[in-house]
Design a protein around this ligand. Structure first.
Ligand SMILES: Nc1ncnc2c1ncn2[C@@H]1O[C@H](COP(=O)(O)OP(=O)(O)O)[C@@H](O)[C@H]1O
Ligand SMILES: [Mg+2]
Length: 230
């Protein structure tokens, strides 16, 4: 059965995908390709040598599903403490959609991105502790990921509003042409250390932008909270 998403309002729009609350289960989200940015558009935007990869290599849904399955095989459920779970594909009126666990706060609202939280509150001690925990987990388990972008990490809070955990919802897998796992562990660890350092650089940049009147860019802002009917 085809799930109808076109009449619904997405709760977020990333660079590549639109995210909807699953119309039949509000604990799940469905991610579909943005109709205004096709796979061919995406490949065209990449330079050499990445544009040599087949079109399917630019499909985030396919890549996310593949990486999730391999992470689960390698780490078991442990990895899902900091990575959203994926449940496979469904047919929608906007193409094939990937179903994943929708990260919500104790209040029921869809969790905000790390970018939004730092923009709103600066880098509080509580947030710093959560970032350090995620960093330790990434480095300790050598989780293969592209750069850790602040809009690809969500901050899940408990019912009291305290930060429970950070969850990476996008950007998993290998950035280069080869899978990270073929490299020696020490090489993988150094790569991850660099990614963590770059993430801290992004946090500093964002902190430096907080005097500006408006949120930088649209990545990282929700279009609705998933509670009130949008
Ligand atoms: N599983 C999820 N739980 C909560 N929010 C999510 C989830 N997946 C995505 N989002 C929100 O949707 C936005 C865009 O999703 P993302 O998967 O990053 O799309 P893209 O691949 O286009 O970058 C994220 O920045 C985040 O705010
Ligand atoms: Mg994203």
């Amino acid at each position: 059965m085809t799930i109808l998403l076109a009449p619904e309002k997405p709760f977020a729009r990333g660079g590549n995908r639109l995210c909807f609350v699953h119309p039949d289960d509000d604990s799940l989200c469905i991610k579909v390709r943005r109709p205004d940015f096709t796979l061919a558009d995406r490949r065209r935007k990449k330079g050499f040598p990445k544009n040599l990869k087949p079109l399917s290599a630019f499909d985030d849904n396919r890549e996310e599903w593949r990486v999730m399955a391999s992470l689960q095989k390698r780490y078991g459920d442990l990895v899902f403490h900091h990575v959203s779970r994926c449940f496979g594909f469904v047919d929608t009126d906007m193409g094939r959609g990937l179903v994943s666990e929708l990260i919500r706060d104790g209040s029921g609202a869809i969790s905000q991105t790390l970018k939004k939280v730092i923009w709103d509150e600066a880098f509080t001690d509580e947030c710093r502790t959560a970032v350090e925990e995620l960093s330790r987990f990434w480095e300790g388990n050598l989780v293969p990921s592209r750069h850790l972008l602040l809009h690809n990490i969500v901050v899940q809070r408990d019912i009291q509003g305290c930060i429970e955990r950070l969850v990476v919802i996008d950007g998993l897998g290998s950035a280069g042409l080869l899978p990270m796992s073929i490299f020696p562990r020490v090489f993988q660890r150094n790569k991850i250390k660099k990614k963590i350092a770059v993430m801290h650089g992004r946090i500093e940049t964002l902190l430096g932008q907080r005097h500006q009147a408006s949120f930088p860019g649209y990545h990282g802002l929700l279009m609705h909270d998933g509670l009130s009917s949008p």
